[in-house]
Ligand binder design. Structure first.
Ligand code: IPM
Ligand code: MG
Length: 357
């Protein structure tokens, strides 16, 4: 029997509610496909700050490093916004990404047929959307030095550094190429090279690497235009390759094409070692504890974990199919309520998904 060690970081806000459902899905699938999955839950984010005064305690990071895969829900709460930056839940997340060397963040944006009417964009605009954002995750302005504030002067200053070296750009480009080769062999690299030197290096390096592949089409787009094109004609994109900050912004934008940010999963990967699988959405403290959150992005992240992290392809596909079945029967959480569906709670949607497996 195959045995897997998974670390679950349910984090803050709606995290525990949506994690509960993924635990039950994994239990069901392990019975169905006869694998053993040991799920160790660890403190991470705001809750870890409360318990250990550190949003990413060493013990949690060590357990993650020793696992086969990490399933993460979400972190953060307004109540931590005034903490020193290094103690904030978001800093814990960045620490985890850096500690596991998760330089490649994969965010698939797929339209579910039964949700065609849930998007704020017109059905004709979104119906053929199937794209993947490949976001560099441990470089760029998120990590660049120097950074800080100078506040002991009359006029205060804040600064960050957007920096990439060619090695960092090459390795993320290679990930995008690998993904594109299994799809339509089209990559659009997004930058701001009309203004930023770092983006010029990005564009030159991506082009150089992509040029070595003869069956690949590379296009380049400025990030402002990419934001516009994603709303105007999102189906023109297949693989979008971009840097940390631009990927953060564009992936939220792209998420809304699907109807709700509660639908988008992601995988953060290194070249070897465990990946972290997490929804793109945040911890939604405003609805935490109300049992109304949408657990689908977390369930789809669980599917990505099974597929990419554990190579349990059939089990992974089962989750996707179950979700499509539940949606096509008209069941929704309230974020997807179009006035014409059966609105269920987070746990009820979870039960429906499990019934379909
Ligand atoms: C994301 C999130 C994080 C990011 C935050 C929570 C630090 O927005 O994963 O997109 O900016 O990377
Ligand atoms: Mg984000």
């Amino acid at each position: 029997m195959k045995r897997y060690k998974v670390v679950l970081l349910s984090g803050d806000g709606i995290g525990p509610e949506i994690s509960e459902i993924s635990i039950n899905i994994l239990k069901r699938l392990s019975q169905k496909y006869d694998f053993d999955i040991e799920i160790k839950e660890k403190y991470f984010g705001g809750i870890a700050y409360e318990k250990h005064n550190d949003p990413a305690p060493k013990e949690t990071l060590d357990q993650c490093k020793a696992s086969d895969a990490v399933l993460l829900a979400c972190v953060g709460d307004v109540k931590y916004d005034n903490l020193p930056r290094e103690l904030r839940p978001e800093s814990g997340l960045l620490k985890l990404r850096a500690a596991l060397n998760l330089f490649a963040n994969i965010r698939p944006v797929k339209i579910r047929k039964s949700l065609l009417d849930s998007s704020s964009l017109k059905k004709e605009v979104i119906e053929n959307v199937d794209l993947i954002v490949v976001r560099e995750l441990i470089g760029g302005i998120y990590f660049g030095q120097p950074r800080g504030q100078i506040t002991n002067t009359k006029v205060k200053k804040g600064f960050n550094t957007m920096v990439y070296d060619s090695k960092e750009i090459e390795r993320i480009t290679e990930v995008a190429i690998k993904i594109a080769k299994n799809r339509s062999k089209k990559i659009c690299s997004v930058d701001k090279s009309n203004v930023l030197e770092v983006s010029q290096l990005w564009r030159d390096t991506v082009s150089e690497v992509a040029l070595k592949e003869n069956d690949l089409t590379l296009s380049n787009m400025y990030v402002d235009n990419a934001a516009m094109q994603l709303v105007k004609e999102p189906s023109q994109f297949d693989v979008i390759l971009t840097s940390n900050l631009f990927g953060d912004i564009l992936s939220d934008l792209a998420a809304m094409i699907t109807g709700s940010i509660g639908m988008l999963p992601s995988a953060s990967l290194s070249s070897s070692g465990p990946g972290v699988f997490e929804p793109v959405h945040g911890s939604a403290p405003d609805i935490a504890g109300k049992n109304i959150a949408n657990p689908i992005a977390m369930a789809l992240s669980t599917s990505m974990m099974l597929k990419i992290g554990l190579n349990e392809i059939e089990a992974a596909d089962d989750i996707e199919i179950a979700i499509d079945n539940v949606l096509s029967k008209g069941y929704r959480t309230s974020d997807l309520d179009n006035g014409n569906c059966k609105v269920l709670s987070c746990s009820e949607i979870g039960e429906k998904i499990i019934q379909e497996i």
